[in-house]
Ligand binder design. Structure first.
Ligand code: 5CA
Length: 163
């Protein structure tokens, strides 16, 4: 294994969750910050669309958490998601995100959450060869293919962007 810079606990946790699933993607830390999709794209030097945002919503009836992995260039159409799930969803607050995933907003990764969620994946992400996802902290990301994102999350590809 190559030498790596020390990682913060949450980033190391994601690296370990990936390894446990048999993936050797390298969690990389960018001191400039990757807290938002725009910051991440600038730090990495990729397009905004290639950032896979892991967004947590709360299903109103069942109170379950819903993970929506959206292209950084898109906004989530909550009505479209409600149509898919059969119940309304709302934006989760910071406490709900922390409780359900074990991570803080700005670093929520697409895998390794404390609690399983339904996962929907923005169809637009499939257009890229490579995408980048958060890895536990506001500085950490990893690169993967859309296909591996599907495998890692068990998510369903869906049309969830606002048009
Ligand atoms: N690390 C980056 C790139 S992968 C990242 O996590 N970006 S993100 O877009 O997936 O996460 C930040 C998102 O959290 C924002 O798009 C915003 O929708 C959401 N967010 C920010 N503040 C709050 C808040 N107070 N409550 C709920 N969601 C929030």
């Amino acid at each position: 294994m190559s030498a790596e810079a020390p990682k913060k606990d949450s980033a190391r946790q994601v690296q370990e969750a990936l390894a446990a699933r048999g993936f050797d993607f390298e969690v990389r830390e960018f001191p400039a910050g990757t807290r938002t999709a725009a910051e991440a794209a600038t730090a990495i030097g990729c397009t905004l669309g290639q950032i896979a945002k892991s967004l947590i919503f709360r299903a109103e009836k069942t109170d379950r958490s819903v993970l929506i992995i959206a292209s950084g260039a898109n906004r989530v159409d909550e009505k479209a998601v409600a149509g898919i799930l059969g119940e309304k969803i709302g934006r989760a607050d910071a406490d709900f995100v922390r409780r359900m995933t074990g991570f803080a907003i700005g670093g929520v990764p697409p895998l390794g959450h404390a609690t399983a969620s339904v996962a929907l994946i923005d169809r637009d992400l499939l257009a890229f060869d490579e995408i980048w996802a958060a890895a536990g902290t506001p500085n950490a990301v990893f690169r993967l293919s859309p296909k591996d994102l599907l495998i890692l999350t068990g998510g369903e590809v869906a049309d969830i962007k606002q048009v």
